[in-house]
Design a protein around this ligand. Structure first.
Ligand SMILES: *[C@@H]1O[C@H](CO)[C@@H](O)[C@H](O)[C@H]1NC(C)=O
Ligand SMILES: *[C@@H]1O[C@H](CO)[C@@H](O)[C@H](O)[C@H]1NC(C)=O
Ligand SMILES: *[C@@H]1O[C@H](CO)[C@@H](O)[C@H](O)[C@H]1NC(C)=O
Ligand SMILES: *[C@@H]1O[C@H](CO)[C@@H](O)[C@H](O)[C@H]1NC(C)=O
Ligand SMILES: *[C@@H]1O[C@H](CO)[C@@H](O)[C@H](O)[C@H]1NC(C)=O
Ligand SMILES: *[C@@H]1O[C@H](CO)[C@@H](O)[C@H](O)[C@H]1NC(C)=O
Ligand SMILES: *[C@@H]1O[C@H](CO)[C@@H](O)[C@H](O)[C@H]1NC(C)=O
Ligand SMILES: *[C@@H]1O[C@H](CO)[C@@H](O)[C@H](O)[C@H]1NC(C)=O
Length: 327
């Protein structure tokens, strides 16, 4: 897609600039797949307020059993929960764990992600009885209290990235429209799973792609509440600041939008036709204004966490602006 656009524009541009454009197009073509459009790929929270377990305790062995069972389950399920521990000592050492993978990905990807998540989270949050970790492909969580079918709005990774200066509210309009539609679609009575993807047109030749998903153990109304909360607390904010990327990934649901098509089109998820662009005709001039990624953190009581990002925040807006200008 990038290359096609590049071919078109190369015809319109004087030979003098041809080499420069070619260079930039090549750069973009290389960067787009390798950086996945600038999204963070891992976020975690170690929940301190629910306390620590001790080494070699029954809690630890239950945790190991739960994670190992989940890993096995992830070869054949995109969502699973597991409770380890019995009623001895009033069930005080019971461990409740679950994971949820993105519905558009193959099970092998889900499995790889759960393997990674369970190994990583126990290293990042050693001794925490409760912790959550989220990757692009999956989410994993454990606690000393029941967590299945429970709406949890805390402990989300939320993130805006790649600002386009002065898009005259185009991203805001595009994202608002598409997210509302997808939330309705994912939580409608006929939906077999709480999952929807779609796209909206941002401007000519540039769509915005969006995914919404809840864990399947939630009730329909909890799913809707979670998605509305994700939208209100992060996504609306990213879009109104003309960010090309917005992500809110929590224990119960996720919403993600991006200028980059990050989800899998060949796995049976369909996209409707691209609607007309919300970008005004007679485009404004884009001045390259690199803005650093803006990780958002909601104040969370008694937990610590973090995220790792691919750092390309400066390059993409620059290239993108040039790209817009050329088209
Ligand atoms: C739990 O362990 C961490 C270090 O791993 C420590 O910083 C924290 O204070 C401990 N919390 C409690 C409640 O003991
Ligand atoms: C699954 O958990 C049980 C305890 O609940 C444990 O005995 C068993 O070994 C675990 N299975 C795997 C594959 O880890
Ligand atoms: C696990 O995660 C690390 C970074 O978080 C990544 O480099 C590695 O490729 C991942 N491995 C798998 C099997 O997904
Ligand atoms: C949680 O796991 C148990 C045992 O595997 C299973 O019976 C139950 O259906 C699961 N709950 C959900 C909501 O998936
Ligand atoms: C989201 O915001 C709208 C409008 O501001 C409000 O009506 C709604 O209650 C909010 N929902 C949640 C879950 O915060
Ligand atoms: C974004 O859109 C919402 C609803 O359409 C509107 O209330 C808000 O003012 C817009 N924000 C910006 C910065 O344009
Ligand atoms: C997309 O889905 C198809 C079918 O499930 C799978 O074969 C393919 O590997 C997936 N691609 C990615 C990038 O996950
Ligand atoms: C933190 O806890 C206090 C008291 O328990 C509560 O009033 C406040 O709303 C909580 N903040 C968040 C972000 O959960």
């Amino acid at each position: 897609m990038v290359l096609l656009a590049c071919n078109n524009l190369s015809q319109m541009i004087s030979v003098r600039n041809y080499i420069l454009i070619l260079l930039i197009c090549t750069l973009m073509a290389i960067m787009v797949p390798s950086t996945k459009g600038g999204e963070p790929y891992i976020g975690w929270k170690c929940v301190d307020k629910t306390g620590n377990y001790t080494l070699n305790s029954p809690y630890q062995s239950n945790l190991i059993a739960a994670l190992s069972n989940l890993t096995t389950l992830s070869s054949s399920n995109s969502f699973a929960n597991f409770t380890a521990g019995d009623a001895t000592d009033a069930g005080k050492n019971k461990v409740y764990a679950l994971y949820d993978c993105r519905d558009d990905l193959p099970l092998q990807t889900c499995h790889d992600c759960v393997v990674n998540a369970s190994a990583t989270i126990t290293q990042i949050c050693p001794l925490n009885k409760e912790a959550v970790i989220t990757y692009e492909e999956c989410f994993l969580r454990y606690a000393s209290h029941p967590i299945v079918a429970t709406l949890e709005l805390k402990y989300a990774l939320s993130y805006c990235n790649l600002a386009v200066p002065d898009d005259r509210g185009a991203m805001n309009r595009t994202v608002t429209t598409i997210v509302e539609k997808l939330i309705d679609e994912a939580t409608s009575g006929s939906a077999s799973r709480y999952f929807a993807v779609g796209r909206g047109s941002y401007f000519v030749h540039q769509d915005v792609y969006c995914l919404v998903q809840c864990t399947p153990d939630l009730s329909r109304s909890d799913c809707k509440e979670c998605l509305m909360d994700a939208y209100n607390s992060t996504i609306a904010d990213c879009a109104s600041k003309s960010m090309l990327v917005g992500l809110h990934s929590g224990p119960s649901c996720r919403i993600r939008y991006s200028w980059f098509r990050f989800f899998n089109l060949t796995s049976g998820v369909g996209l409707g036709p691209s609607p007309s662009p919300s970008f005004p005709v007679g485009s404004p001039r884009f001045s390259p204004l690199p803005i650093n990624a803006t990780p958002r953190s909601r104040k969370s009581n008694g937990s610590h966490g973090g995220s790792l990002t691919i750092s390309n925040a400066k390059l993409i807006p620059l290239l993108f602006s040039l790209f817009l200008f050329c088209v």
